[in-house]
Design a protein around this ligand. Structure first.
Ligand code: NAD
Ligand code: WQD
Length: 340
């Protein structure tokens, strides 16, 4: 059992709120630092209902050095899990400066504050987007990196900044975690993904069709060179992803250095397979129409997850039907997300 305090930037968001639960289960004391630009404070009550512990919460922006210094002054953090960031690919094309400012400058401010506080263990939320359009699957960590939009480039830049930092100051412990496609929700149905406006991602869009908030899903492309013509992705249950962060933290109990690790299942699921699995979970037909490809999309992408198993002793254990069952429970219990 550990009572280590862990700072969760972006802690009120989708993935970090689930990681909060996993950290409490593992005996850590997470502290949420979030400016709530893409999350709802109701998540804090829900986290208390799930864990029985009222979350420690600081409302602040990672670009605010004074707010960060105050947080590091108030708590003796053992490590930082850095989730805070803007993540909408399309919006990043419209607003590149905002994305670089928030994601890249925000991370620089965070790193400077960590150094001032002498907290040098960091787990960073990177993304499979840094692989661009991978030449083959499964995708291995050593594959070439590229970006096709400012969001992806911000992740790539941060990965490089972290690499340069470690080269210069080898007393840092850094995990760059490349998430594949997080999906599902906590099994309680009390927390989940709550996108503002039209969902960009597949699972929340399907869930909103199922609950009657949207008329039908547009399937972006039916002519990809995949078994059924639709895109194939590595959907990973968000609680598996959350537990991957606990495993990464524990890794640094016995090891030091910089690691770059895929967090995925190693299995590809097509858009049509996801629709069918969700229909099974909700007991309804999902209306959909196959239309044009979405610009920038790739045909298929799934992880080689072997390194996570080797380094962290972690692998995803939940199935596609766990993801759709839990995603549907969250959506059906909260038809308008945290507005309910
Ligand atoms: P999210 O938007 O639900 O959570 C991000 C949180 O960060 C939000 O609560 C937001 O309010 C907060 N935030 C943003 N900018 C901030 C700032 N300047 N200061 C303080 N808080 C700030 O997103 P998520 O899906 O939970 O993603 C978490 C992280 O994982 C992001 O860095 C994202 O890029 C990365 N990631 C997400 C996915 C995905 O598909 N969801 C995939 C790969 C990587
Ligand atoms: C999955 C599949 C779509 C919506 C994105 C980001 C990536 C990462 C994860 C943060 C694709 C299809 C989708 C819809 C559809 N995020 N689709 N109709 O594109 O793999 O990755 O989220 O790092 O950076 O790019 O995920 O959920 O948007 O799409 O047919 O309404 O579903 O074409 O094949 P993607 P996604």
């Amino acid at each position: 059992m550990t009572t280590q305090k862990i700072l969760l930037t972006g802690g009120a968001g989708f993935i970090a709120s689930h990681t909060f639960v996993a950290l409490i289960t593992a005996g850590y004391t997470p502290v949420i630092f979030d400016n709530l630009c893409n999350s709802n404070p109701k998540v804090l009550d829900r986290l208390e209902r799930i864990t029985g512990i009222a979350p420690l919460f600081i409302r602040g922006d990672i670009r605010d050095a004074a707010a960060l210094d105050a947080a590091f002054g108030a708590h003796a953090f053992a490590a930082v899990l850095h989730f805070a960031g803007l993540k909408a690919v399309g919006e990043s094309v419209e607003k590149p400066l905002e994305y670089y400012d928030n994601n890249v400058r925000g991370t620089l401010e965070l790193l400077a504050a960590m150094r001032r506080a002498n907290v040098k263990t960091l787990v960073f939320s990177s993304s499979a987007t840094v692989y661009g359009d991978p030449a083959t699957t499964p995708v291995h960590e050593a594959f070439p990196l590229s970006a096709t939009n400012p969001y992806g480039r911000s992740k790539l830049m941060i990965e490089e900044i972290l690499g340069d930092l470690f080269k210069a100051e080898s007393d840092w412990n850094i995990a760059r975690l490349r998430y594949f496609n997080p999906a599902g929700a906590h099994e309680s149905g009390l927390i989940g993904e709550d996108p503002q406006g039209i969902p960009n991602n597949l699972m929340p869009y399907i869930a909103q069709v199922a609950v009657g908030r949207r008329a039908q899903l547009q399937v972006f492309g039916g002519d990809y060179p995949t078994p059924d013509g639709t895109g194939v992705r590595d959907f990973i249950h968000v609680m598996d992803l959350a537990e991957g962060h606990v495993a990464a933290l524990k890794y640094f109990d016995g090891a030091t250095g910089l690691v770059t690790v895929n967090l995925g299942t190693g299995k590809g699921v097509s858009v049509l397979q996801m629709i069918a699995a969700f229909e099974e979970a909700c007991g309804k037909k999902i209306a959909y129409q196959i239309g044009a490809r979405r610009p920038g999309d790739i045909a298929e992408c799934w992880a080689d997850p072997a390194l996570a198993q080797k380094l962290f002793g972690w692998s995803a254990s939940r199935t596609l039907s766990d993801m759709t069952r839990d995603g549907w429970r969250w959506q059906s219990m909260n038809p308008t997300g945290f507005l309910d």
